[in-house]
Design a protein around this ligand. Structure first.
Ligand SMILES: N[C@@H](CCC(=O)N[C@@H](CS)C(=O)NCC(=O)O)C(=O)O
Length: 208
């Protein structure tokens, strides 16, 4: 199994998941600027969109998209109980993966990374994002995790919330979200993944 990732990108959710499962994998770093692996392979030949993550599944096929990859990783390690196996509970997991992917990752954080964004557009993005974060706040006020137990959705949510500093989103406005983020960061698998990827990110910055 091979995970194509870039440091601190959304692909970190897969690393967190693998560490939670105690699983082994080959981690192949993709330089976010050059779109080459550190060994020099053209990443567009793996994913024509140049996006991470991509997973070479043990069946030999490539898989793309966080929501699919995270569920595949959970299914490959059922003993770790990282996702409800089926039924309505699985649908709720998919609901959260979609929410994180479309409402937070793509609609809130990625646009805010653009420092050239005019203040009026930034305010509009933040207003819409605040409604999404308020939904999370209400949900997390009474829960430790997104579902009844830790799941791959928590890996994804922690990974995107980790961008709040760069995106200049003050999580203190949503105290339950802030407390959740701090709780998740304290988990051993997450702390290890974050510290490893921070070091790789610093190395990437030094390269460019
Ligand atoms: N829909 C994709 C989005 C993946 C994505 O946006 N990846 C970002 C990193 S967080 C990326 O590779 N960006 C590089 C680029 O836009 O060129 C998924 O959920 O996997």
């Amino acid at each position: 199994m091979e995970l194509f990732f870039s440091p601190l990108a959304c692909s970190m959710a897969s690393r967190i998941t693998l560490y939670e499962a105690g699983a082994t994998a080959t981690f192949t770093e993709v330089d976010a600027k050059t779109k080459r692996t550190l060994s020099g392979l053209d990443y567009y030949a793996i994913n024509p969109l140049g996006l991470v993550p991509a997973l070479r599944h043990p069946c030999g096929e490539m898989l793309f998209e966080n929501a699919a990859i995270l569920q595949a990783l959970a299914d490959l390690h059922p003993q770790a109980k990282l996702a409800p196996p089926s039924g309505f509970a699985r649908s709720v997991l998919q609901q959260w993966l979609s929410f994180i992917g479309t409402e937070l990752h793509k609609a809130l954080f990625i646009p805010l990374f653009d420092k050239a964004q005019p203040p009026a557009s930034r305010d509009k993005i933040m207003q819409a994002g605040a409604k999404r974060l308020a939904v999370l706040q209400a949900h997390l006020e009474r829960r430790e995790f997104l579902l009844d137990a830790w799941s791959v959705a928590d890996a994804y949510l922690t990974t995107v919330l980790n961008w709040h500093v760069t995106a200049d989103v003050d999580l203190a406005r949503w105290p339950a979200v802030k407390a959740y983020f701090e709780r998740m960061c304290a988990r051993r698998a997450t702390a290890t993944a974050m510290s490893e990827e921070r070091a790789l990110y610093a190395a990437e910055l030094r390269r460019h």
